[in-house]
Design a protein around this ligand. Structure first.
Ligand SMILES: [Zn+2]
Length: 187
């Protein structure tokens, strides 16, 4: 019997139970079985089973890379993000933005990120759901993606105005599509 595991934030336990979700006591995880109607559980299905709409599109995207101290082992580790010189989010034009908490990406982007194996889906989605994050290549610890972007002293906060040499930019080829939260600073 193939089970499909669900990503359920704790506050939605009652909702998934009343929808007919099944609880695995050993794994502490909700799941459904092949006979269950997946449409009733669409909001709790993960990146693999329910691809999100890839609402962010860019023809001018780059990988931004820098080195930080790992949040767990404190050794230097390389972290990356996707930085777009221009693009659109749900059709709205944007310039100079990064994408935080990437939920899904197309093949063209996934293929070009192969040189960075530490950037991958997190192993155990929490209440923020499934998403990509950097992982320390030494100890495997997830590096919180928001911490890399959203504070003014974060390395990816304002790449266009980052200190010279602090960020390496590697061009991506062709058009990429992904979903996540776009982050930019007001000029
Ligand atoms: Zn580490």
């Amino acid at each position: 019997m193939v089970r499909t595991y669900l990503y359920v934030p704790p506050e939605e336990n009652a909702a998934v139970r009343s929808a007919g979700g099944r609880w695995d006591e050993r794994l502490k995880c909700w799941y459904i079985e092949p006979g269950d109607d997946p449409a009733r559980f669409a909001r709790w299905l993960g990146v693999d089973s329910a691809p999100a709409e890839l609402s962010i599109v860019s023809d001018e995207a780059r990988v931004a890379a820098t080195t930080v101290a790992c949040c767990r082992c404190h050794e230097p580790t390389e972290v990356i993000c996707i930085y777009c010189d221009s693009g659109t989010a749900s059709g709205e034009p944007l310039e100079h933005f990064t994408v935080v908490d990437i939920l899904a990406m197309d093949e063209a982007l996934a293929r070009q990120l192969a040189p960075w194996p530490g950037f991958r889906p997190i192993a155990a989605p929490d209440l923020h759901g499934p998403r990509y994050a950097n992982h320390c290549l030494r100890c495997g610890a997830e590096q919180d993606d928001r911490d890399l972007h959203t504070e003014p002293d974060a390395p990816f906060f304002d790449i266009a105005h980052a200190a010279p040499g602090s960020i390496r930019l590697i061009a991506l080829t062709g058009q990429i599509r992904l979903s996540g939260d776009e982050h930019f600073t007001i000029e």
